[in-house]
Design a protein around this ligand. Structure first.
Ligand SMILES: [Zn+2]
Length: 108
């Protein structure tokens, strides 16, 4: 990802200077394609997106404690146990034990 300061500088150069995308690219060290994407608005504004969705890290809701599910020393609710519950409900993560056992049985 390009530093927000660089993106701002590219926007400033696009708006205020009579420079080609090639010149702006060489001044800021990004590709002409990136300058073009910023100029046309094709490139998402990652700064705004980050502000909208946050940085993805939730603040802990209390002191860490021992998880009754996995025994880990975690901030509750335990993300590992939540992920394991989620994985158990999806078929692609379900154990394939019976099929493998049947294969072995037919080989022997
Ligand atoms: Zn847990």
């Amino acid at each position: 990802m390009i530093a927000p300061e660089i993106v701002q500088e590219i926007r400033r150069l696009l708006a205020n200077e009579n420079l080609s995308h090639r010149n702006i690219a060489s001044l800021t060290g990004v590709s002409r394609g990136t300058v073009g994407a910023i100029a046309s608005g094709e490139r998402p504004d990652y700064d705004v997106l980050l502000q909208e969705i946050g940085d993805g890290v939730d603040e802990p809701a209390g002191p860490p404690m021992r998880c009754p599910g996995c025994g880990g020393w975690v901030y509750m609710p335990c993300r590992l146990c939540n992920a394991r519950k989620e994985m158990a409900t999806k078929p692609r993560f379900a154990p394939r034990g019976p099929k493998i056992q049947n294969l072995r049985a037919t080989r022997l």
